[in-house]
Write a protein that binds this ligand. Structure first.
Ligand code: SAH
Ligand code: SF4
Ligand code: F3S
Length: 442
């Protein structure tokens, strides 16, 4: 048997990257590399990077800085940089960080074993950032007790929002074949997975590149039929592609959870225009009304960018007023960041860093009351939770989520992992809820 070697992966960025890291580990098993959480035990260290904002990139560089010493002590250690920043920088990364061995892009994951082998044998540097189409890997969970899984249904993005690097680092939209997706989910269900989260930069344009043969609502409806799967989620949706059929799916499909992440980015139509988002404030609000008509308890979360070039105080106030109108369950908010090669970088009237920081603070503070209000509404209610395992913060207790994606911690036996249980909500906090186990559903 070949010698067992260890690979340590650090992931930056979104769920696609988390899922890609799982794929990397799967690919590397074929060359006898096994996962480790111990950096010092690693023969191979991979950073799966993100380039969405400058701050994330800086984090990657500072992590690389810390690896320099390890490489000095152990020159046979192989260090690889993959993901979106690697895709963006390519060979230039070797100049910036001379001690790394491999640079591999977002579509080169299936070539990872070959790349590592080349470095092992020739002790040189390799780069692969080619766009070679869809890398399709059916993943089989490693842990027998895995309750939830990500399933990639499409890659890339054709939207070209003016601030965003994703289209350039992930390429054109490519939908994965429906049969393959259904097969993967069926095999996950057979291994005990109860909840799937469908992944894509813009899941609701799934199938647009398949000549009308398939669309997102019909994919959801087929997944709803898969035995063993109890819950379906998806991220991320683009407001312009949120069709009436998709909205009705929330009523029709019993396994589709009542939560949608629908990034608005700004509450001002003029800013949205400069962002090239292709919807107005009013159109967004109208879709929210329709979602709530179909599913009044639906939880809605969003992304917001503050300080987009030219954003005036009035435009920012329009964003605050959307928070008041929609009452989002939670919000992910960011200061606008210039990115190489994207349109917004060339726009005039950049907003001062101090103003951006102040707007972000005001926005986040304003949202807090709505997040807490939504959580508090659940106090005294009995809800369905999928028990996921022990809580990381409090290993004495179990953790799980409501159908509308709120984290609930409660006392219970670990044998309940993977079961749907009924929990009475006792207390609400900003980021989680505390509950009491009432009964096991199944
Ligand atoms: N595909 C998803 C978002 C992917 S990026 C969508 O379209 O909604 C995640 C979030 O990062 C975006 O929603 C946006 O809010 C933020 N973001 C992207 N580019 C950014 C930039 N240049 N500066 C600040 N935030 C940015
Ligand atoms: Fe970026 Fe816009 Fe595509 Fe989302 S939809 S990934 S924000 S270009
Ligand atoms: Fe970042 Fe790439 Fe995701 S840029 S947000 S890791 S698609």
């Amino acid at each position: 048997m070949a010698e067992q070697k260890f690979c340590y992966i650090k992931t930056f960025g979104c769920q696609m990257n988390e899922h890609d890291s799982e794929k990397m580990l799967e690919v590397l098993k074929s060359s006898d590399y096994y996962p480790t959480d111990n950096l010092l035990q690693a023969d191979l260290i991979l950073l799966n990077t993100c380039s969405i904002r400058e701050k994330v990139e800086q984090k990657v560089y500072s992590t690389l800085g810390r690896l320099k010493g390890l490489k000095k002590k152990n020159p046979s250690l192989i260090i690889g940089v993959g993901g979106c920043m690697a895709q963006q920088e390519g060979e230039k990364l070797f100049q910036k960080v001379p001690f790394i061995n491999i640079v591999f892009g977002t579509q080169s994951i299936n070539k990872l074993s070959e790349l590592v082998k080349t470095v092992e044998e020739k002790n040189n540097k390799v780069v692969d950032i080619s766009f070679n189409g869809f890398h399709s890997l059916t993943l089989i969970p490693k842990l027998p007790q895995q309750v939830k899984a990500y399933v990639s249904i499409m890659q890339g993005c054709n939207n070209h929002c003016s601030y965003c690097v994703v289209p350039s680092v992930r390429g054109e939209e490519r939908s994965r074949c429906k049969e393959e997706i259904l097969q993967e989910i069926t095999s996950l269900a057979e291994r005990g997975v109860k909840e799937v989260t469908l992944l894509g930069q813009n899941v609701n344009s799934y199938g647009k590149d398949c000549n009308g043969r398939v669309d997102f609502p019909s994919l959801l409806s087929s997944i709803n039929e898969i035995k063993g799967i109890e819950r379906i989620r998806f991220i991320t949706s683009h407001p312009k592609d949120l069709s009436p059929q998709l909205i009705y799916s929330f009523r029709e499909l019993n396994k589709l959870c009542e939560h949608i992440h629908l990034p608005i980015q700004s509450g001002s139509s003029s800013v949205l225009k400069r962002m090239n988002r292709q919807y107005t404030r009013e159109e967004y609000l109208d879709k929210i009304d329709k979602l709530r008509e179909v599913s009044p308890e639906m939880s809605i979360t969003s992304d917001i960018i503050v300080g987009f070039p030219g954003e005036t105080e009035e435009e920012f106030l329009e964003t605050l007023s959307v928070l008041e109108k929609v009452e989002f369950d939670d919000l992910f908010s960011f200061k606008y960041s210039d990115r190489p090669g994207v349109k917004a970088t060339t726009l005039p009237d950049k907003v001062d860093e101090r103003v951006k920081a102040e707007r972000l603070w005001r926005l986040q503070n304003f949202q807090k009351k709505y997040t807490l209000m939504k959580n508090t509404k659940l106090e005294g209610k009995t809800v369905e939770i999928l028990a996921e395992g022990l809580s990381e913060k409090d290993p004495q207790r179990l953790t799980g989520r409501t159908r509308n994606n709120k984290v609930v911690n409660f006392a219970g036996n670990i044998e309940l992992r993977g079961c749907l249980v009924s929990v009475l909500i006792k207390r609400a906090f900003l980021h989680s809820l505390e509950g009491e186990l009432i009964s096991t559903l199944h």
